[in-house]
Ligand binder design. Structure first.
Ligand code: ADP
Length: 441
């Protein structure tokens, strides 16, 4: 501010001098004009020096100007320095960011709203066989043409990562996760999960092989136990232990059968086949078998609200439904009721088993489908449970695009419901046509 006062005082002083000179020597106006012109010229010279310096700022030192002009130059120098400092910091930050993303053990690809590649790191290039700069700007689904990936990109739900065989390296497995951000952009993360997949396969093979190997010795033991049980020459004091041994052998057989069924379901890749399956007849058969069994709840009811069937693997569906029915029979007292219901609606088809049994505490419900998970291990074992039944149900349903819901109240009973999507439903009309065609053949 002081600078401006000084400049104004100086201008006023010059005008006063011009005025005095005019009064002394005559021609006041001419003197005033002369002084103003000189003042203006001096300002123009200063302006020119500042302009010249601004143009060649990187090569020249700032001009040595006093007063208001000096202040302006000092401010420009300050601004310039600050800008340079921020620019350097940004460049440094950007370099560090690039170095760290390049060093990431996972592949990172930035995709535009139209799924075009904007940028990718070195690991992504190696994992997916991308090349810079030719692949930048191309749509990612033109480069990774695996149908599951194309479907995954189109779906709006990216919560579960997708595991695929990559376009390069046939022997490996890649896990891809899409993370949307900003205005329609997304990050595609790629991780090599070959080792995990190999371990998983080894685990599955091990369980399947071990179960298979145990089967033969167990059949032999069961055979001898059956013979011993029927042998009148055996001391009667042995009949109790032999009965127990037979029951345990039967349990082991059931566990092995469940383990084999589960590993078969797990190793079956992709979706279940789409064979026309007559669900109402299957359920009627299951009801008849349940009623024929000993020590069952008094009422085993079946409500067929629909005659629709399903497109699926008959054996897997039967295994899922009968596991639910067997559980309901197992955990319901003999004066209780077990109700099966089959119906379809706009969403698809549904199968529910409701019992008036012991029920399940709410905190256990989310974990029921885990392998060997039992609410009450002792009780389940007493009733011949392996803890694998619901895991089998979950896998079988998943292979049909379905899922299971559970409602239960301790002491009142439980309802297990299987839901199947519309595209798996074989409508009653289509089922009749399929049956007629099969009969005509
Ligand atoms: P299990 O062979 O032991 O029955 P499942 O996987 O079929 O194994 O079931 C897991 C657990 O869920 C069971 O141990 C039991 O505690 C509980 N459960 C399953 N169905 C019912 C039911 N209908 N009523 C009460 N509890 C049930």
């Amino acid at each position: 501010m002081r600078m401006w006062t000084f400049a104004l005082v100086r201008l006023a002083g010059l005008l006063v001098v011009a005025l005095c000179a005019g009064v002394l020597f005559g021609h006041v106006v001419a003197w005033l004009l002369l002084v103003i012109s000189l003042y203006l010229a001096w300002q123009l010279v200063n302006l020119n020096r500042v302009d010249h310096w601004l143009r060649l700022r990187s090569q020249l030192d700032p001009p040595d100007l006093g007063g208001v002009w000096g202040d302006v130059v000092a401010q420009v120098v300050r601004l310039h320095r600050r800008k340079r400092y921020h620019k350097q910091r940004l460049v440094q930050l950007f370099r560090e960011l690039r170095r760290s993303t390049a060093a990431l053990p996972d592949g990172v690809i930035i995709l535009s709203g139209a799924h075009e590649i904007v940028w990718f790191n070195r690991r992504a290039a190696a994992l997916l066989g991308l090349k810079r700069p030719v692949d930048v700007g191309l749509r990612i689904d033109n480069l990774i043409r695996v149908p599951e990936f194309v479907q995954y990109l189109r779906a709006a739900d990216y919560a579960t990562p997708l595991v695929i065989r990559p376009p390069v390296g046939e022997e490996s497995w890649l896990e891809l996760t899409l993370v949307p951000y900003g205005a329609g952009q997304s990050l595609l993360l790629a991780r090599d999960v070959t080792r995990q997949m190999q371990l998983e396969a080894m685990r599955k093979d091990f369980v399947a092989n071990a179960s298979h190997e145990l089967r033969t010795p167990l059949t032999v033991i069961s055979g001898y136990l059956d013979t011993l049980a029927d042998d009148p020459a055996i001391d009667p004091s042995w009949s109790g232990p032999i009965r127990d041994m037979r029951a345990q052998a039967q349990r082991m057989n059931a566990i092995i059968a469940d383990l084999l069924e589960l590993s078969r379901l797990e190793s079956a890749e992709g979706e279940a086949p789409r064979d026309p399956t007559d669900v109402p007849r299957m359920l009627e058969r299951m009801q008849r078998d349940a009623l024929a069994g000993a020590d069952r709840p008094r009422h085993v009811l079946l409500a067929l609200d629909s005659q629709d069937g399903l497109y699926g693997a008959g054996h897997e569906l039967e295994s899922a439904f009968s596991n639910l029915l067997v559980n309901a029979l197992k955990y319901t007292l003999s004066d209780g009721t077990v109700r099966m219901r089959w119906w379809s609606d706009a969403e698809g088809a549904h199968f529910a088993v409701t019992d008036t049994g012991i029920g399940i505490p709410a905190e256990h419900i989310p974990r029921l489908t885990e392998r060997f998970y039992r609410v009450d291990a002792g009780r389940s074992r007493d009733r011949g449970g392996s803890g694998l039944g619901l895991a089998i149900v979950k896998h079988a349903l998943q292979r049909h695009g379905g899922h299971m819901t559970v409602e239960s109240e301790v002491g009142k009973g439980s309802t297990f419901t299987c839901h199947f999507p519309k595209e798996r439903v074989l409508t009653a009309g289509a089922a009749a046509a399929a049956l007629a065609a099969a009969g005509g053949r």
